[in-house]
Write a protein that binds this ligand. Structure first.
Ligand code: PPE
Length: 304
C-alpha cells in the first residue's frame, strides 16, 4: 500500500520534516529486526479527531520493548502526548499512527544491548486495510502452510518488527494462491491468527476466538470486540479452534487496528457466505464507538 505523506514525523522528541525523517543504513534494527512497534488509529468524530485506546497501545509498546530488554526513554503519558501533538501539527482529521522503538546506529552484531534505543512516531492517512469491498462483503482467506511463530521461537505477545517476516511469507503465499488473506496455525496445528489480524468465528450463536496460548498478538481490537460482544449479550469463548471448525463456521471475521472488523466469506474454498448478522452487528457497533457515537465507550477515545 503506497504511503500518503503527511508533514512532520516525531523522532526522539523532535518534529522532523517528513522527507528528512531518515536513518543510517547500518541501523541495527534494519539488519536484525530488533525493533518493536504499534499500529493505532485516530478517527474523525463530531468533536474532532479521537485516538482509539491510545494508552493501551502505548502500554503494549512498553511491554513489547521489555521482552527485548529495550528501555524506552519516555513514559506512556509522554508518548501519548507526543502522538496527540503530532496529529495536531499534521492537521489530521483521521489517521493511522505508527510508533516504533528500535535499536539504532552504533553497534553491529547480535548483542543489541549497547546499541541506542531510538523512538519515532509517524502519522499518515491509511484507508481500508483489506479493501473497501472486503470490509463490506468479506474477503477470501486460505490457511497458510507457514506456521505462526511461537513463544519459544519469537514471543508473539511482543509486536517486534523482525517477526513480521513470518507474516510476510504467509501474506505472499495467500496472494499467490489467489486469496486475500492468510490464516496461520500455531505449532500445535490450532488456528492462531492472520498475518496482521486476530480471528473470530461464530457458530450456533456463540463467538469463538483463539486464546493467548495459540501464539496470538493480544490485539486491542480483539479485546474491544470481546467486550462489545459481551455487552450485546453474546457468549464469547477464548478457546482452541481447529481448521475443521473454521470450515463449518456460520461466520468468521478478522480484527485489527488496520483491518478493523473485516468479514471472511471463504476459507480454503469453503463458502461461509456474505457477512452474517453477528459480524454485521459487531462491525456496526465498532464503527459507532470509534466515531464517538456511543457514549458508553467514551473512555476508549482520547480526544486530540
Ligand atoms: N495480530 C497481529 C500479528 C498483528 O500484527 C495485529 C495488528 C493484530 C493481531 C491486531 O492487533 P490490534 O491492532 O491491537 O487489534 N497489526 C498491525 C499492523 C498491520 C500492518 O500491516 O502493518 C495493525 O493492525 O495496525
Amino acid at each position: 500500500m503506497p504511503i500518503e505523506a503527511s508533514k512532520k514525523i516525531w523522532m526522539n522528541g523532535k518534529l522532523v520534516d517528513w522527507e528528512n525523517a531518515k536513518i543510517h543504513v547500518l541501523t541495527h534494527a534494519l539488519h536484525y529486526g530488533s525493533g518493536v512497534f504499534e499500529g493505532i488509529r485516530c478517527y474523525k468524530t463530531s468533536q474532532g479527531p479521537a485516538v482509539f485506546r491510545l494508552k493501551e497501545h502505548m502500554q503494549r509498546l512498553k511491554q513489547s520493548a521489555k521482552i527485548y530488554f529495550m528501555e524506552i526513554p519516555y513514559t506512556v503519558d509522554e508518548l501519548c502526548d507526543a502522538t496527540k501533538e503530532l496529529i495536531r501539527v499534521n492537521e489530521m482529521e483521521a489517521c493511522y499512527i505508527r510508533p516504533i522503538v528500535y535499536r539504532g546506529y552504533g553497534e553491529m552484531g547480535l548483542n543489541p544491548l549497547n546499541a541506542p534505543v531510538d523512538v519515532s512516531i509517524a502519522v499518515w492517512s491509511w484507508g481500508t486495510y483489506l479493501g473497501e469491498e472486503g470490509l463490506k462483503n468479506g474477503i477470501r482467506a486460505s490457511i497458510s502452510s507457514f506456521q505462526r511463530i511461537s513463544s519459544n521461537v519469537i514471543p508473539p505477545n511482543s509486536k517486534a518488527t523482525g517477526q513480521y517476516i513470518n507474516s510476510i511469507l504467509a501474506k505472499i503465499g495467500t496472494m499467490m494462491s489467489g486469496h486475500d488473506e492468510a490464516i496461520l496455525l500455531d505449532l500445535r496445528g490450532f488456528v492462531s491468527e492472520g498475518p496482521g489480524e486476530n480471528i473470530f468465528i461464530v457458530k450456533n450463536g456463540l463467538i469463538y476466538t483463539p486464546p493467548q496460548h495459540a501464539s496470538i498478538l493480544p490485539g486491542l481490537t480483539r479485546d474491544s470486540v470481546i467486550k462489545i460482544a459481551k455487552d450485546l449479550s453474546y457468549e464469547v469463548k477464548e478457546t482452541d479452534i481447529d481448521r475443521g471448525m473454521l470450515y463449518v463456521a456460520d461466520e468468521a471475521f478478522f480484527t485489527g487496528t488496520a483491518a478493523e472488523i473485516t468479514p471472511i466469506r471463504e476459507v480454503d474454498g469453503h463458502k461461509l457466505g456474505k457477512p452474517g448478522p453477528v459480524t454485521q452487528k459487531l462491525q456496526d457497533k465498532f464503527f459507532d464507538i470509534v466515531k464517538g457515537k456511543d457514549q458508553r465507550y467514551e473512555n476508549w477515545l482520547d480526544r486530540v
